[in-house]
Design a protein around this ligand. Structure first.
Ligand code: HEC
Length: 634
């Protein structure tokens, strides 16, 4: 049986739509092969859709001469422009007050600016609203206590960020894993990156999106209960937790957006309870999941400044990472700890524009909560300026009550890095030595060992896995180089980027990390010794990265790749149990044309006999995609 299936790819929601026909294959599954054009489309989409992450360079070069310049007070501050919708910014540049400035840009650059500044794609505000979707849930019964039933709540399943779901909560045995089949798919309208990790609590999926909407769906069927429109892309996983002081509302859904706003919305119906901006810097943002524990929300703050700040007109660098503790009921700030001290003037660049430092230290990972020691662990990102403080590229242990740094471990010294600082585009805004770009992107994993000791484990982009002793101020328990530099890559910039980025999973024996250079490694928790390593078969022409976060259940490890493939491996010896290719079009419950693409940063959520995963990642120029997939064994 064959029937035609039409697939529409929306590029940044603009008129640039392309259609193609595919075919349905056997097994009743809609499987349209992706035609050759899709690669180019993916790249075009990526160029625009990098969107919420790129465009900063053009803004610094073409716009900040006025916006943010105290001598041009009429020009709205960059942070004010960032409050505007992508349509309003695009209109200003094409037909409005900024038409003269817009005229010196290409159409692609105008769109890119609109998407970067607003933090969401053109057209998303209208198309993303769940009210107009055909898959409404028939009813919305009172939300059950999220702690009373199995959940994958927030980023790492638990406060220790082990990304390990128990057998009872997973409801999925290793025997069933090879029989996992697609149950439903949901499309993010106009989306280019499905990079919000789905959270499942009280039988519902809560998921953010690059289009700035958060959705609540029924986990079994994918019907939609509500959507909430945030001010920018929501990349952070959502956490559902009890809230007080808001009438009958019992549970809130907590998350952060691309404009450094943190939200609490009623988990039952999506009504906003509070919204707080936790950092005023115009490129401050939240990419990782806030952790909610005992009435507090611990928020990781990052900055886009490192993507491109080489423009000599730009007074670089003043963005810096922080952790902010908020009252979960009100959003009121309890404390804020910056990774580096207040930036001060350092030097003037060759154009006479003042430069600043220290800077950087973005926190790209969800904080790990050590309940016993009353400590929060985070990994920090690189600096954009010199000299580089030792809290950069470090593991920080913060006191939960005060935010004070109790101890820190510097994994890489002297790492000042900025995009656009190689070759011809290099300016004297750039750090004298660029890189090696060793941000710690993964949430530290806290594990208790059989001998009663504990370890805090994390990984580096250059392939070190490091276990620290939380009872001895972060003394090294073991440190292993888990990936070798591939032959021929020794002298390239990529030599330092083969390792661990978004995180691992740990059971009681091993910690499992997917690697940037491809494959998965299992390390013994007590010694760090390699237990197994599995590399997936891959086409020789393309480097496939598996550096997104791994997830685990008893006996099984799950990891995805930049090729869109999802894999399940045996936890004991690494042999492959299941493979699923997400890089293709899907028919969706909400009838939105959708496809999978590259998978990066997020890992699958496994609970109640189902597996949930988003596919599509246009951020690094990889293949875009806008689909959330739900699997169950059949
Ligand atoms: C020569 C100075 C200058 C430059 C360069 C400039 N702007 Fe403006 N911009 C202004 C001023 C002044 C206003 C306020 C105009 C008004 O409200 O009449 C403004 C307003 C805006 C607005 C608000 C429009 C609205 O709907 O209220 C946007 C959006 C904007 N600029 C974007 C940009 C972007 C993007 C760039 C870079 C491509 C840019 N501007 C470059 C001076 C400038």
């Amino acid at each position: 049986m064959k029937r035609n299936l039409k697939v529409v790819v929306l590029i940044a929601g603009l008129a640039a739509c392309t259609m193609w026909a595919g075919t349905t294959h056997a097994q009743g599954q809609t499987q349209a092969p992706i035609p050759a054009q899709s690669a180019t489309q993916g790249q075009a989409a990526a160029a625009l859709g990098a969107g919420t992450e790129s465009g900063i360079g053009i803004f610094q070069q073409k716009c900040m001469g006025c916006h943010g310049n105290p001598n041009v007070p009429q020009a709205p501050a960059p942070s004010a422009v960032r409050q505007m919708s992508p349509e309003r910014i695009y209109d200003a540049l094409t037909n409005g007050v900024m038409k003269p400035q817009g005229a010196s840009l290409s159409e692609e650059q105008r769109q890119m600016l609109a998407v970067f500044l607003s933090g969401r794609p053109l057209g998303s505000a209208k198309e993303g609203d769940a009210k107009d979707m055909p898959n409404q849930c028939a009813s919305n019964p009172p939300l059950a206590d999220p702690s009373a039933s199995p959940a994958w709540n927030g980023w790492g399943v638990n406060m220790a960020d082990t990304r390990f779901e128990s057998a009872a909560a997973a409801g999925l045995s290793p025997d069933q894993v090879p029989n996992l089949k697609l149950k439903w798919a949901f499309g993010f309208p106009t989306g280019l990156s499905a990079y919000g990790e789905p959270a499942i609590a009280s039988g519902r999926v809560f998921v953010g999106s690059d289009i700035g909407y958060v959705y609540s769906l029924n986990a079994d069927t994918g019907c939609v209960y509500w959507s909430y429109e945030a001010e920018g892309a929501v990349r952070s996983a959502v956490t559902v937790a009890p809230v007080e002081g808001h009438g009958n509302t019992k549970y809130a859904a907590y998350f952060g957006d691309a404009h450094a706003n943190v939200y609490a919305v009623d988990a039952q119906n999506g009504q906003q309870l509070w919204k707080v901006k936790v950092d005023d810097h115009f490129v401050a943002r939240i990419t990782a999941a806030p952790k909610v524990y005992d009435g507090r929300v611990y928020v990781p703050v990052s900055s886009s400044e490192e993507f491109s700040s080489a423009s000599l007109d730009y007074p670089c660098c003043t963005g810096r990472g922080s952790v902010v503790a908020l009252d979960a009921n009100t959003g009121a700030q309890v404390w804020k700890t910056y990774v580096v001290s207040t930036p001060e003037p350092t030097r003037k660049n060759s154009k006479g524009v003042q430069q600043y430092g220290p800077s950087g230290g973005s926190i790209w990972n969800s904080p790990t909560i050590d309940v016993k020691r009353h400590v929060i662990y985070v990994g920090t990102g690189d600096s954009q300026s010199v000299p580089v403080p030792d809290t950069i590229d470090a593991l920080l242990a913060l006191d939960m009550d005060t935010g004070k740094i109790r101890w820190s471990y510097e994994a890489t010294a002297n790492d000042a890095f900025m995009g656009g600082c190689n070759g011809k585009s290099r300016t004297d805004n750039c750090p004298p030595v660029n890189g090696p770009d060793q941000d710690i992107g993964n949430s530290p994993i806290l594990k208790d060992l059989p001998d009663g000791k504990s370890v805090v484990i994390f990984g580096t982009k250059n392939g070190r896995a490091i276990a620290l002793d939380p009872d001895h101020n972060g003394a090294v328990v073991w440190l292993k180089q888990v990936v070798d530099v591939p032959k021929g890559m020794e002298h390239s910039f990529m030599a330092n980027l083969n390792g661990i980025v978004w995180g691992g999973a740990a059971d009681d024996q091993n910690v499992y990390y997917g690697l940037q250079s491809g494959g998965v490694v299992a390390l013994n928790l007590e010694t760090g010794d390699r237990v197994w390593f599995t590399k997936f078969p891959e086409p020789s022409h393309a480097r496939v990265s598996n550096s997104c976060a791994a997830s685990a259940i008893p006996g099984v490890v799950f990891v995805a790749g930049s090729d869109g493939k999802l894999h399940a491996l045996s936890a004991s010896d690494g042999h492959i149990l299941w493979e699923y290719d997400t890089a293709r079009p899907f028919e969706t419950v909400n009838k939105v044309p959708a496809k999978g693409g590259a998978i990066n940063s997020i890992g699958p959520a496994i609970v109640n006999g189902m597996l949930f995963m988003g596919s599509g990642y246009a951020v690094t120029g990889s293949n875009s995609g806008n689909v959330l997939l739900a699997f169950s064994p059949q």
